[in-house]
Design a protein around this ligand. Structure first.
Ligand SMILES: [Fe+2]
Ligand SMILES: [Fe+2]
Length: 474
């Protein structure tokens, strides 16, 4: 028997919900089995200075302490219910928000929840080996924090499956532990979550670009007319912010360190920069191109009848739906999408309802552009004449209107041959990966020390100093 309130912090009255208890009693050991197999390598005995979500109070939700990760208290939290909440868009606009799953949308909703849930364990699997080459204890603690919280996000989705979808839900919850990132027979559902994350630059890019896709998907689901999904996603967003912080500051610190070394030694040529043991800006640009383009694919086809259905049914809204000033039905409006016609990229208007994937992708791109300009500021402040750019939306895409086309980073339509000639000027080659990994051959584990290729952060976690022992290896 599990003592629920002790072991699983929650605000869903788990202690009195027998059906949910039975489902979780079965699933929880399987989850731990998955964590031992696929969670961070060799980490089970470490004491890690982690935050644990213990309530939904805005200023008291997180508790910081040393925890062994298998003992992390993965909790279940929903933002408190607003009794007056309504369905805010689509054909059911104005009805009270649904507290139970509407029968007609049962399988669609289940699919949406499973697709979101599948990304959570996937990223833990992708990051499994990185702890062995961490640049500092601070960074090691941060990756572990991201990993346990992705674990909790899996719990959040499994809670919904167990509580609202009966037997089908329980089966889906099992399947979430059975798929594996990158596996040929039983891969994770979405492409970017099957790509390897082979080094720390890739990890920071992933948390900047791909966790931010997570944020935008959660924001769209937080608008859902299915209230328990909305409330679950709202709470997940509080944790997601830290993941993107880790990514943005991680890349920024790498750029900062590279610029320092370039300036001190008055070098600009990438091979001279590499010889000094830091990552050249050209390679950083290639990683950016890769992670940006594979993440753009996660939003799906530019024109999609599924997206239209999700919206019309009230299941998945737009980014900041309730702040938008229109009819929230979108029957009469249009939205521009891009298309390749001959050797040109042209815009054309399509019914807005069918373009909701593209619209969410555009909202995402706006936010990404802001982050990249903050990275650029670090380069500018160092007085180095290098410009980081976001490649064209159509570059290196496999889903949607650009799939099958060969678009350069500046948006030129090329032939396959023409594109291939430049591929490794734009995307990391195996040599680039080899170089980056050569810098990360072992872990830096002395408190307060940082690897040569990354600058220390501005401040520590939870007001602790930078030389705090964030992880104890035992
Ligand atoms: Fe997540
Ligand atoms: Fe995340």
């Amino acid at each position: 028997m599990i003592n629920y309130t002790e072991k699983i912090p929650n605000n869903v009255d788990l202690g009195r919900d027998r059906v949910l208890q039975r489902a979780l009693e079965h699933w929880q050991p399987a989850f731990l089995g998955w964590w031992f197999d696929m969670g961070p390598s060799e980490s089970r005995n470490y004491d890690v200075y982690l935050r644990t979500a213990i309530s939904v109070e805005p200023d008291g939700w997180a508790q910081f302490d040393y925890v062994k990760m298998p003992d992390y208290r993965w909790g279940i939290f929903l933002q408190p219910r607003d009794e007056k909440r309504q369905v805010n868009f689509g054909t059911h606009q104005g009805q009270p928000a649904w507290q139970e799953v509407p029968g007609e949308y049962r399988s669609t909703l289940r699919r949406i929840i499973v697709t979101q849930g599948d990304t959570e364990p996937a990223s833990v699997e992708q990051q499994k080996m990185l702890g062995l080459s961490c640049p500092s204890l601070y960074d090691l603690r941060n990756i572990f924090q991201v990993n346990v919280e992705e674990g909790r996000h899996l719990w959040a989705m499994v809670y919904l499956l167990h509580r609202y979808f009966g037997r089908d839900g329980r089966e889906e919850a099992e399947a979430l532990l059975a798929r594996r990132s990158g596996d040929t027979d039983n891969p994770r559902i979405l492409g970017a979550f099957n790509e390897p994350t082979p080094d720390w630059l890739a990890f920071y890019m992933f948390t900047f670009f791909t966790d931010r896709d997570g944020k935008f998907q959660l924001c769209a689901l937080a608008e859902s007319g299915f209230d328990p999904l909305s409330r679950t996603c709202r709470f997940m967003l509080t944790e997601e912010a830290h993941h993107m912080f880790v990514g943005e500051t991680g890349v920024s610190r790498i750029i900062q360190r590279t610029c320092e070394v370039m300036r001190e030694n008055k070098v600009e040529d990438p091979s001279d920069v590499r010889a000094l043991g830091v990552i050249d800006l050209q390679t950083i640009q290639k990683y950016l191109n890769f992670h940006y383009s594979v993440t753009l694919d996660l939003y799906g086809s530019d024109v999609s009848s599924n997206a239209a259905n999700y919206f019309t049914s009230g299941l998945k809204g737009r980014f900041r739906e309730t702040k938008l000033e229109d009819d929230h039905v979108l029957i009469d409006s249009n939205y521009p999408v891009s298309e390749v016609v001959g050797d040109k990229i042209v815009k054309k208007d399509v019914p807005a309802l069918t373009a909701l994937n593209e619209r969410l992708r555009d909202d995402y791109i706006d936010e990404i552009a802001d982050g990249v300009s903050r990275w650029q500021r670090v380069i500018d402040q160092a007085g180095i004449p290098f410009h980081l750019t976001l490649p064209h939306k159509g570059f290196h895409r496999e889903i949607g209107n650009f799939a099958g086309h060969f678009i350069s980073p500046d948006g030129e339509v090329l032939t396959e041959q023409g594109w291939k000639k430049h591929e490794f000027e734009w995307l990391p080659s195996s040599k680039d990966y080899e170089f980056v990994q050569s810098l990360m051959s072992g872990r830096v584990a002395e408190p307060g020390k940082f690897a040569n290729w990354i600058a220390p952060p501005m401040r520590g976690i939870n007001n602790k100093p930078l030389d705090f022992e964030y992880v104890r290896f035992n």
